[in-house]
Design a protein around this ligand. Sequence first.
Ligand SMILES: C[S@@+](CC[C@H](N)C(=O)[O-])C[C@H]1O[C@@H](n2cnc3c(N)ncnc32)[C@H](O)[C@@H]1O
Length: 473
Amino acid sequence: MDLLPVFLDMRARPCLVVGGGATAARKVANLLRAGAAVTLVSPELCATLAHQVAAGALRHEARRFVPADIAGQRLVIAATDDRAINRQIAELANAAEIPVNVVDDPDACTFVLPSIVDRSPVTIAVSSGKTSPVLARMLRTRLEALIPAGYGRLAELSGRYRERVKARFSAQRDRRRFWDRILQGAVAERILAGQFEEAEAIIERELAPDALERDLGEVYLVGAGPGDPDLISFRALRLMQQADVVVYDRLVAAPILNMTRRDAQRIYVGKERNHHAMRQEEINRLLADLAKDGHRVLRLKGGDPFIFGRGGEEIDTLAAEGVPFQVIPGITAASGCAAYAGIPLTHRDYAQSVTFVTGHLKDGSIDLNWPALAQPHQTIVFYMGLVGLPIIVQQLLAHGVAPEMPIALVQQGTTHLQRVYTGTLATICASVEADPPAPPTLLIVGEVVQLRDKLNWYRPPDEPVQGATTSIV
Ligand SMILES: C[S@@+](CC[C@H](N)C(=O)[O-])C[C@H]1O[C@@H](n2cnc3c(N)ncnc32)[C@H](O)[C@@H]1O
């Protein structure tokens, strides 16, 4: 290690920054966040610094640097655009044994300011030594994405209970096991979900003299999105890597399943059309039982769990039986397919509303409010509409929609197998019959479909040379 990482307590300590530009402003911002008493020496100030000076956040000397400015400082930052002056400041600081940082001059620095991930009181500092601040910033960005915003609250809570835990568990090994359980288990999840009272209640229970040493189970009902793994949310990813049992169905793409913990038990519950590996009631039961056995259960569903996903039914059972759960939204097929097909679902010129309906057949018909769906200036998205396509087309025409109304059928949207058929109500059935698509598919009916000609941007890697659009007009 060329540099020793340390975290300094700078609260109310005098620090000198010389320079009034954007770089100086960035350094000042970090010093102020750490509570330092900053003196800024510069004849001119950028707008950010001027604003902070006007707000009284720091002291400003509107003049050039003089050697006497160094006296009594704990840290010095030279951030002028004059290399010779910066070097002079560094020499003076060194002579006075005050740590000094010089902008864009690593050799003159005796300390560097790292890139910071701030989850106060947890702070992560990333440094590349004096080699590549850009690399350090890139790493920081990755960490920002991985570490949930609520981590600071977790640290605060741990701080509050530290003494009580010490009193309760005299052996260090027992304390460590307790904190492992708390910080990785249900308490952490409650905090990150913003359920602070519940989190404290669990800690209190676990601290009780007669508490059993067991983790509480929980169910994470997670929306896996329409297929592209990049569309998963940070929270979904975190929970996917925590759960020790994964209950998934057909619509969850393999690359997404592979993002779950390697050692997790995986249970397939099916849900293919007319072929369910497990009935809905059995799935509900399974989730509750697994959680009651202390498992962290990931119920992974395609798209969004609350949109044609029966997510409500599954958590209904959990709620009734007092099993803790969280619901993590996913990108629903309508949003994902529309975006990746270049079809805005609403548009000021064409559609003022969008309606999501199920095209699922029941006893050979589809029970929908057809007069409402036939109204102009709207977009209708049919989930599960492939088998019922002829009935959908026939009903829309019968209720007054023009045969020229554009329609798109998106096959396996957002994946490398995406294929988009476009046409009109008059032509779509014949085209689909001639070249049947592979499920899952989504239907989008409305004038907005024609915007695809201009807005189509997504090229699936496996797209045939002829193009991914099967035009059927
Ligand atoms: C039972 S619903 C589940 C919907 C899911 N909860 C959601 O929010 O997207 C299944 C239907 O969603 C649609 N679907 C889901 N993923 C899709 C995809 N990648 N491409 C096209 N349609 C999709 C199809 O209409 C499929 O029949």
